[in-house]
Design a protein around this ligand. Structure first.
Ligand code: 1PR
Length: 572
């Protein structure tokens, strides 16, 4: 059957892409057999995971040769992220594995001494082939797109890939890389259109409506006007000789994340709740009974609201996951499936990412649990308690992993960018650094007994148990084990609306190079300004003020913008 096909090798979340394509009114069929590839009218290849495993999957499934043939026929093709990278000659990520070699050039690792790596977040795309060509592909200069990658193809002025392929380039910190390519009917993006809000949905729409082909026709017209260029019609894009690209500028934005703590209430309904210092029950008049679990709304509806209001990412935390839950009963799977139908920004799921045992004794390793979440619409999983146990083992082994932890196995299969560590620290005050073996800092305020110092103790099971590990030890170990991001909560600040714990956040930001999401304590838009200006974190998360509509997301973004902090505009 001709039609639009999806080339998937089962390595991650393709649900959002499929949902976006369907939302645009198109059917999409999964490639199940190599022969399907050449049947396609349009082919989308959303690469996920590492370059080497993507290439290996293409070869072992017999997809590589028909794919090359499809590309040589100049049929409509859209590659996304690693799906774009595989078209190049190779990647430093997997040096021994050659790419498809359709585009000259090599994928290289971002420099991490000057900025956080992965490049995770929203950034703009500068037109290289001229604004009309970009527009044909649905790309607009003033909109931001969601990127998540550690490797990219450098944009080198004058190189063949820059001259003949590069549609847009993007600057991240001090580096400029190729963020989309187009030649004839072949169009690829390094960013994820299916995660880039309405701006990204427009890019998918343009592809499905034949956008790249419009460019191919324009190439032909240009070629007829300039026959001396000697290019092959329909197969090559040529630079518009009259177009001079703008100077490159870093368009990377800070992210505002909405967080939904989810659990079943006493009636058994799944609700979004929110605690004060992790206590999610209403105050009870009767000392002997517990108050009700606070109910602030339904997870799917709230997620949709935050997407529409401009959240750059949405995180769901299953906060009662310390209870063992059989894999098939995981309530968050349905939440994800439904949320990914209407929410087109990255979704993170946390709580219960660990080895799970079913009532019949069947063990599901954390990797399998995470895989289930990815297939149901998650882009990242967040690991809490299990990360603390993994870090303890890391130090017991003398500063190395043994390859079996959830962090290692999930990062290996799905990439570091898919593994977030959720940290639940609690302050422990001391009079002097010599009172503890842990790393101490001087907090802004003295402790209850006038203590000048404190260390941050890691906890497990939603703060119910403290461990002999400080936050600095935890984040350093998790980074070494392969985590891609830190979600830094604070049990002391949670729900208090007094602002983020800047000393803690600064300390963690300085200790590692992976992105950090500041969490807990936001009470006003100014708190977001403060955390970005004072600590340099990449993202800031809030829950209570958004759920209670005390501070709208739009106001947070407007205030950040007015303060000169780059953010993604709320799009429509
Ligand atoms: O240990 O891997 O199963 O994960 C459990 C997850 O559940 C962890 O991510 C842990 O942070 C979370 N969790 C467990 N218990 C609670 C609780 O509140 N009782 N929630 C909990 C953590 C903190 C943030 C909150 C921010 C912002 N909640 O998620 O959203 O503090 O709040 P604010 O803006 O209102 O101040 P595992």
């Amino acid at each position: 059957m001709p039609g639009t096909y999806l080339l998937d090798y089962g390595a991650g979340n393709v649900r959002s892409l499929v949902n976006a394509v369907k939302k645009l009114g198109h059917d999409i069929t999964y490639v199940k057999d190599p022969s399907d590839i050449l049947k396609a009218d349009k082919l989308i290849f959303p690469g996920v995971g590492a370059f080497g495993s993507a290439m290996t999957s293409l070869h072992t499934k017999g997809y590589a040769e028909p794919l090359k043939e499809y590309l040589a026929l100049n049929k409509p093709f859209m590659g996304i992220c690693v799906g774009m990278q595989t078209l190049f000659e190779g990647s430093d990520e997997s040096p021994s594995v050659p790419g498809l070699g359709i585009i000259p050039g090599k994928v290289t690792l971002f420099e991490s001494t000057t900025k956080a790596v992965p490049h995770m977040g929203w950034n703009t795309a500068r037109s290289i082939q001229g604004p009309q060509r970009a527009l044909d592909c649905g790309l607009e200069a003033d909109r931001a797109y969601y990127f998540v990658h550690s490797f990219a193809v450098p944009f080198v002025e004058g190189s063949v890939e820059a001259k003949e392929w590069c549609l847009t380039s993007t600057q991240y910190g001090d580096q400029v890389f190729i963020s989309s390519v187009r030649r004839g009917n072949i169009f690829c993006t390094q960013f994820h259109p299916e995660k880039s809000g309405f701006a990204g949905v427009n890019v998918l729409k343009a592809f499905l409506d034949g956008g790249a082909a419009k460019g191919a026709e324009a190439d032909l017209a240009l070629l007829q006007q300039n026959p001396s260029q000697g290019l092959v019609p329909g197969a090559l894009s040529i630079l518009n000789p009259t177009f001079v690209p703008e100077a490159s500028a870093d368009g990377f934005t800070k992210r505002v994340v909405a967080c939904l703590d989810v659990r079943a209430n006493d009636q058994g309904d799944l609700v979004v709740t929110k605690g004060d210092q992790y206590d999610v029950r209403e105050q009870s008049e009767d000392e002997n009974s517990k108050g009700d679990v606070r109910n602030l709304g339904k997870p799917v509806e709230l997620a949709r609201r935050y997407f529409e209001e401009g959240a750059d990412e949405i995180t769901f935390l299953n906060i009662t996951s310390f209870r063992n839950c059989p894999l098939l009963d995981m309530p968050m799977l349905e939440v994800l499936r439904r949320a990914s139908e209407t929410v087109f920004v990255p979704l993170t799921i946390g709580g219960g990412i660990k080895d799970v045992v079913d009532p019949d004794g069947k063990l599901h390793p954390a990797l399998e649990v995470a895989g289930e979440y990815f297939r149901n619409g998650a882009d990242k999983v967040s690991i809490g308690s299990d990360a603390v146990y993994a870090a303890e083992k890391f130090y017991a082994l003398g500063g190395k992993g043994d390859g079996t932890s959830a962090i290692e196995t999930i990062a290996h299969a799905y990439g570091s960018q898919a593994v977030v560590i959720s940290v639940d620290p609690k302050k422990v005050y001391v009079n002097s650094p010599s009172d503890t073996t842990h790393h101490v800092i001087e907090p802004a305020q003295l402790g209850p007994n006038g203590e000048r110092f404190c260390w941050y103790q890691c906890t497990v099971s939603g703060g119910r148990e403290g461990r002999d590990m400080d936050v600095r030890q935890l984040v350093i170990a998790c980074q070494a084990l392969g985590a891609g991001e830190i979600l830094l909560n604070s049990m002391d600040q949670d729900g208090m609306k007094q602002g983020y714990d800047l000393a803690l956040i600064q300390d963690v930001r300085d200790a590692i190079r992976i992105p950090v999401i500041a969490s807990s304590g936001a009470g006003s838009p100014q708190h977001f300004v403060e955390v970005f200006e004072k600590t340099g974190v990449e993202a800031a998360l809030a829950a209570g003020i958004f759920h209670r509509r005390e501070v709208p997301l739009e106001t947070v973004k407007d205030t950040l913008k007015q303060s000169g902090i780059r953010i993604r505009n709320v799009d429509a």
